[in-house]
Ligand binder design. Structure first.
Ligand code: C2E
Ligand code: MG
Ligand code: MG
Length: 584
C-alpha cells in the first residue's frame, strides 16, 4: 500500500511493496511515483492519481481479471522470486478538501487468481472438446441404432417411426403418400452360388439404385435381408406411385457384375397408398407386402398395386389347388408339343413338351397360371410325372413310317429338380423311349435352378448325360448369365429367352445380345435355339446371325402330338423355306 500526499509524494510505502518492487520506504519517501519508477510507471496510473487528488475520484485500474491486469509499473515482476506479477491496482481519494486530500494506492498480487483463471479457461476448453466428442459419438451410436450398417439406409425401426409421423401429417393435411415393399428376386441363389461377399455387394448396389430413384423427401429403408421399403411422400395421385414403382423395377433389373459373373437381378414391388386403402400404418405395410407377393407370383421383376381383390386370392388359390388335384386325378391335363426347327435344313430338330390344363367345362389353362402354384404346393412332382408318362406314350404312338421321332424336351422347375427320385424317374423314361438309340430325352432347366446348388446339379446332370439325356438351358439371358457355370455342366443347347427375340431388329441391342449369345454358345460347342420367333424377319435375322434353330408361333404353336405327326409327314408347310411361307 502506498499513501501519497496532496502533491503525489510518498507518505507511506509498506514492507510488502518494498519487497516486491525492490524499493525500500526510505528510498521512496517524499518522491512521486514517476520519480521512483521513471518510464516504467504506467501512464494511466499516474492519470488516476491526478484524478484522485484533483477531483476526489477513485478508480480501479484493472477491474477485470482476464484482460492483462493493469500493473503498477510495467514488466512487473516479483523482485523476490522473479516471476511475472499480475496486479490489481486501485486508487482511492481521501478527504473532501483539495488542500487536505491524500490518495491511497493499493496493489494486490492477483497472480494466483490469474493462473487459476487460466487453468479454468483451459479446463473449460477441454471440457467443451470432450463434450463435442461425446456428442458426435452419441450421434454415431444413434445413427447405427437407426441405420443399416451394410447400406447406410434407415433400418426397420426408423422406417416405422417415419411411417407413423407421415401418417399423422397426412391425416392432418388430408394428404396422400405411398408405401412400397421391395423384395429382391432370387437373392438366395446369388448368396449360395457366388458367396456372401457378392451377396452383400448386390444388396449395396440395389440400395444405391433404389435411393437414386427417390426425391430427397422420400425414404428408402432396408427392412432386413433382401427386403427394402420406400415411403413416397407428397403424392398427388395414384399414378405418381405407379410411375415410381415402374422406375424402381427398371432400375433394379439392370445387370450387375459380381465376382466376375454378370447377373440379372430383379425385384418384386408391392404398393399401398395412404388415404386410398387405409390410414393405419401397420395395415399399409401389410397391404404393400401382400401386393409384393402377388407381384412375385405373377411376373418376376414387376410391381403390383394393392387392391382389396387381392384378399380374395387365397380362396381363389385354394380353389385352383383343389381344381388341379382333381385334374391330375381325372387326367384333365394334356401335353402339347411345339416344334424346334433347324434354320439350315428346315427340318424338325426337337419338340418341347408343354403341359396344358383342359377343364372339361372351360377354357384351356396355361402353365403360367398354375405351375407356380403347383411348385408352391408340391403338386409339381405329380404334374411332372404325368408329363413324363405322356411323353413316353406319345413316343410309342409315333408312327415310325413318317419320320423318326425327334428329341423331346421336358421342362423341370426348381422343386422338381430337388426331387430325390428324379434321376430314377428320368432314366426309366429314357429307357422306355428306347434308350440311347430311341427318341432322345432333353431336360430344359433355367439358369436359376442350376446356380442354386452348383455341385449337386453338376453331379445329377453328369449321371443323366452319361445315359444320353441332354441338358438344355432355357430362357438363357433372362437370369444369371453367369458364364462360369456353363462350363461346369454338360450343356447341349442354349435357348435364347424370347424377350430378346420379340423386339429383334437389325440395329437394336437385342440383336447385339442375340449375336453374342450365339457366338458364346457356339464357342462352347452348344446348339443355339431362339425362342418366341413370331415373324419371318426375326427368323431371317437369326439365320444371318448363325443361330441353329428356332421355336415360335411362326413355325408352329404348341399342338397335340397328332398334329405334329401330320406336319412331319409333309402335309404342313412347316418344313418349307420360311421365305416361301412369307409369299404364300
Ligand atoms: P418355356 O419353357 O420357356 O416355354 C416356352 C413358352 O413360350 C411356352 O409357353 C410357349 O407356348 C411360349 N411360346 C412359344 N412360342 C412362342 C412365340 O412365338 N411367342 C410367344 N409369345 N410365346 C411363345 P407356355 O406353354 O405357356 O409355358 C410357359 C412356361 O411354363 C414354360 O416356359 C415352362 O417354363 C413352363 N412349363 C410348361 N410346361 C411345363 C411342364 O410340363 N413342367 C414344368 N415344370 N414347367 C412347364
Ligand atoms: Mg422350356
Ligand atoms: Mg423358355
Amino acid at each position: 500500500m502506498i499513501v501519497l500526499d496532496g502533491g503525489g509524494r510518498v507518505l507511506h510505502w509498506n514492507a510488502w511493496l518494498a519487497r516486491r518492487a525492490g524499493v525500500e520506504f526510505e528510498q521512496a519517501s517524499g518522491r512521486t511515483l514517476r520519480e521512483i519508477f521513471g518510464r516504467a510507471l504506467d501512464n494511466s496510473l499516474e492519470h488516476a492519481v491526478a484524478q484522485a487528488l484533483d477531483h476526489g475520484m477513485s478508480s480501479v485500474l484493472s477491474p477485470r481479471l482476464h484482460v492483462p491486469p493493469m500493473p503498477l509499473y510495467r514488466d512487473a515482476r516479483d523482485r523476490a522470486d522473479g516471476r511475472r506479477m499480475h496486479q490489481l491496482t486501485s486508487v482511492k481519494a481521501m478527504g473532501l478538501e483539495r488542500a487536505a486530500r491524500q490518495c491511497v494506492v493499493q496493489v494486490m498480487d492477483m497472480t494466483a487468481s490469474v493462473v487459476r483463471e487460466r487453468e479454468l479457461v483451459a479446463q473449460a476448453q477441454a471440457l467443451r472438446e470432450t463434450t463435442e466428442e461425446l456428442r458426435s459419438a452419441e450421434a454415431r451410436v444413434r445413427h447405427l441404432a437407426f441405420h443399416d450398417a451394410l447400406t447406410g439406409l434407415p433400418n426397420r425401426a426408423l422406417f416405422h417411426d417415419r411411417l407413423e409421423r407421415q401418417c399423422e401429417q397426412a391425416r392432418r393435411q388430408k394428404g396422400r403418400f405411398a408405401v412400397m415393399i421391395v423384395d429382391l428376386d432370387r437373392f438366395k441363389s446369388v448368396n449360395d452360388s457366388l458367396g456372401h461377399t457378392a451377396g452383400d455387394e448386390l444388396i449395396r448396389t440395389m440400395a444405391e439404385r433404389l435411393q437414386g430413384c427417390l426425391r430427397g423427401s422420400d425414404t428408402a429403408a432396408r427392412l432386413g435381408g433382401d427386403e427394402f421399403a420406400v415411403l413416397q411422400t407428397d403424392l398427388a395421385d395414384v399414378a405418381g406411385a405407379e410411375v415410381l414403382a415402374g422406375k424402381i423395377a427398371t432400375a433394379l433389373c439392370g445387370p450387375v457384375v459380381l465376382a466376375g459373373a454378370t447377373i440379372q437381378p430383379g425385384a418384386s414391388i408391392g404398393v399401398s397408398i395412404f388415404g386410398v386403402d387405409t390410414e393405419d400404418p401397420k395395415v399399409l405395410v401389410n397391404h404393400a407386402d401382400r401386393a409384393m407377393y402377388h407381384a412375385k407370383r405373377e411376373a418376376r421383376g414387376g410391381w403390383r398395386l394393392y387392391s382389396p381383390s387381392l384378399e380374395a386370392a387365397p380362396a381363389h388359390r385354394e380353389a385352383l389347388e383343389r381344381g388341379l388335384r382333381r385334374a391330375l386325378r381325372d387326367r384333365h391335363l394334356a401335353v402339347h408339343y411345339q416344334p424346334q426347327v433347324s434354320l439350315r435344313s428346315h427340318r424338325l430338330l426337337a419338340l418341347e413338351a408343354l403341359v396344358r390344363w383342359m377343364p372339361p367345362d372351360g377354357a384351356v389353362i396355361y402353365p403360367g397360371d398354375f405351375v407356380p402354384m403347383a411348385e408352391e404346393t408340391g403338386l409339381i412332382t405329380e404334374l411332372g410325372d404325368f408329363v413324363l408318362d405322356e411323353v413316353c406314350r406319345a413316343c410309342h404312338d409315333w408312327d415310325s413310317g413318317v419320320q423318326r421321332m425327334p428329341g423331346v424336351a421336358v421342362n423341370l422347375s426348381p422343386k422338381q429338380f430337388r426331387d430325390p427320385h428324379l434321376v430314377d424317374k428320368l432314366l426309366r423314361a429314357q429307357k422306355s423311349l428306347g434308350g440311347r438309340d430311341g427318341c432322345r430325352l432333353e431336360l430344359e432347366l433355367t439358369e436359376g435352378v442350376l446356380v442354386e446348388d452348383v455341385d449337386r446339379a453338376a453331379a445329377i446332370l453328369d449321371v443323366l448325360s452319361g445315359h444320353g439325356i441332354s441338358l438344355v438351358i432355357d430362357d438363357f439371358g433372362a437370369g444369371y448369365s453367369s458364364l462360369g457355370y456353363l462350363r461346369r455342366f454338360p450343356v447341349r443347347k442354349l435357348k435364347i429367352d424370347k424377350s430378346f427375340i420379340q423386339e429383334l431388329r437389325q440395329d437394336c441391342n437385342d440383336a447385339v445380345i442375340a449375336n453374342a449369345v450365339i457366338g458364346l454358345g457356339h464357342s462352347l460347342g452348344h446348339i443355339v435355339i431362339a425362342e418366341g420367333v413370331e415373324t419371318a424377319n426375326q427368323a431371317d435375322l437369326l439365320k444371318a446371325l448363325g443361330c441353329d434353330g428356332v421355336q415360335g408361333y411362326f413355325f408352329g404353336r404348341p399342338m397335340p402330338i397328332g398334329d405334329v405327326r401330320r406336319m412331319a409327314a409333309g402335309v404342313s408347310p412347316l418344313f418349307r423355306d420360311p421365305a416361301d411361307r412369307r409369299s404364300a
